[in-house]
Structure formats: C-alpha cells, structure tokens
Design a protein around this ligand. Structure first.
Ligand code: PEP
Length: 253
C-alpha cells in the first residue's frame, strides 16, 4: 500500500500562538495515523522548531517547510537553505507550489535544483505540479503536467524518485472553492503514474504517493481520496480549521 498523506499548507497564515493552538487542537482530537498514513503540517519558517516540539513523540506526524532556496548558502538575504532546515531536524519540504511558480517566478529548472538539495540532505520533497485554467480549457493539461515532471524530476535515478511525494494541484482549483471532480483528479493521477511508469517502470510508479490539492474539504475528501490513484491531499484553506482538517485526515485510505 502506498503511503497515504494528509498534508496541511498553512501558507502565510496564523501567528505563532494561533498556529500552536491549531496544532494542539488537531493533535488532541482522535486522529491516529497508521503506519501507511502520514500527517504533515507545512508551517511558516519561524514556527518550524516550535512545531517540531509540539508533535514530538507522535507517530506518523511530521512538520514540513513550505519552501527552501535553490543554492546551498551565501548572499541570499532573507532566504532559507536546505542545510538550515536539516539542522533543525525538518524532514519534509514543499517544492514548486504554484504560488511560488507564479509569484516568485520559479522555473522547472530552479525547482529541480531545490529537489536535488533536499534529496542530498535526506529531506522528502513534496513536489507540486498542475496546470492553469487556460491550459485546462485548451485541453492540453496532460502534456503540460508531464513536461513539468520531465523538466524537474526525470534527471533523478530510480532510488531518488521513490523519495519524492508528488502533489497534483490544478491552479484553477487552489483557494477558489472550485474542486476538480474526483474523475478529473483520478484521470490526471493515472496519467502521472503512467508517465512515471514509462520512465522508471511500473513497480516504482506504483510506490510513489501522488496527492491531490485544490479546495479539498472535509466534505469532499472521502470521494477524492477514494480514487485509486489519489493518495491523499495537500490542503490549504481547510487545513486552518481543526474540525475540517481532522475530517480530511480521517478520509485517508
Ligand atoms: C494549496 O495551498 O496547496 C491548496 C491546495 O490550497 P486550497 O486547499 O486552499 O485550495
């Protein structure tokens, strides 16, 4: 069974006090992720260490960074390196979120460099891909997302690729309240798995967790996560509401 993952992306939300309360509210509910499930909280940089302390001792629950820089170190004022994340015991990092691609001009090549640095330090990248509405309307989403994988992932060898988590996030569904239908999600996830199988073989492709992201809520998570190639979700807005995120965690296969 592939690992099923509920990953929260807090983005630039919550003060430290509010974030700690949110974490505690979720942890004190009756969630109990099994060994084939993971719950990951991608919190703002300043809260990484405190959040790691809050989840300490909880099995299958992890803290992630939302981004890292693509250079090892140096004169990059305001940036955070993979070495820094490693030094505070962070094991996961979101890479290539569409907001980073759109607002901070991150290219597939820069994203590939970030992935390499994460893998080099033993961090698991949560690699985001997905098409804009115009691409979906033109019907070219499969080729578009395949190209994102091709340019950012396919330099990795068979061992490295299995250390990646992929999140398919159609941009038109992020923060819009407009969720992809479970059929649309399954269709793209199956396509991505086929693309991975062509490159690395089907045994490897079948081992890689592919999450869906885009207005996942407590009310649609069971239907989305029930699709055979959907291995959980990357969740923005609904991850900020304890009852919603708990419901999403409970919807994991
Ligand atoms: C996201 O931030 O990755 C995301 C999917 O956001 P939302 O759930 O709010 O659409």
């Amino acid at each position: 069974m592939r690992t099923q993952i509920a990953a929260a992306n807090w983005k630039m939300n919550k003060t430290l006090q509010e974030g700690t309360q949110l974490l505690n509210d979720i942890l004190s509910s009756d969630i109990d992720p099994s060994t084939t499930q993971k719950v990951i909280f991608a919190v703002p940089f300043p809260y990484l260490t405190v959040s790691n302390d809050v989840i300490k001792g909880r099995a299958n629950i992890h803290i992630a960074a939302q981004n890292c820089h693509h250079k090892i170190s140096g004169a990059y004022t305001g940036e955070v390196s993979v070495d820094m994340l490693d030094s505070i015991d962070i094991k996961y990092c979101i890479i290539g979120h569409s907001e980073r691609r759109e607002l901070f001009d991150e290219s597939n090549q820069v994203i590939a460099e970030k992935l390499n640095l994460c893998l080099g330090k033993g961090l698991t990248p949560i690699f985001c891909c997905g098409e804009a509405l115009s691409i979906r309307e033109a019907g070219t989403q499969n080729d578009y997302v395949e190209n994102q994988l091709n340019e950012s992932l396919f330099h990795l060898n068979k061992v490295e690729i299995q250390k990646i988590v992929i999140a398919y996030e159609p941009i038109w569904a992020i923060g819009t309240g407009k969720t992809a239908t479970s059929e649309q999600a399954q269709e793209m996830h199956a396509h991505l798995r086929n693309v991975l199988a062509k490159q690395y073989g089907s045994d490897i492709a079948n081992n890689i967790s592919i999450l869906y992201g885009g207005s996942v809520k407590g009310s649609n998570a069971v239907e989305l996560f029930g699709q055979p190639d959907v291995d959980g979700g990357l969740v923005g807005g609904a991850s900020l509401i304890p009852s919603e995120f708990v419901q999403i965690i409970k919807a994991l296969k």
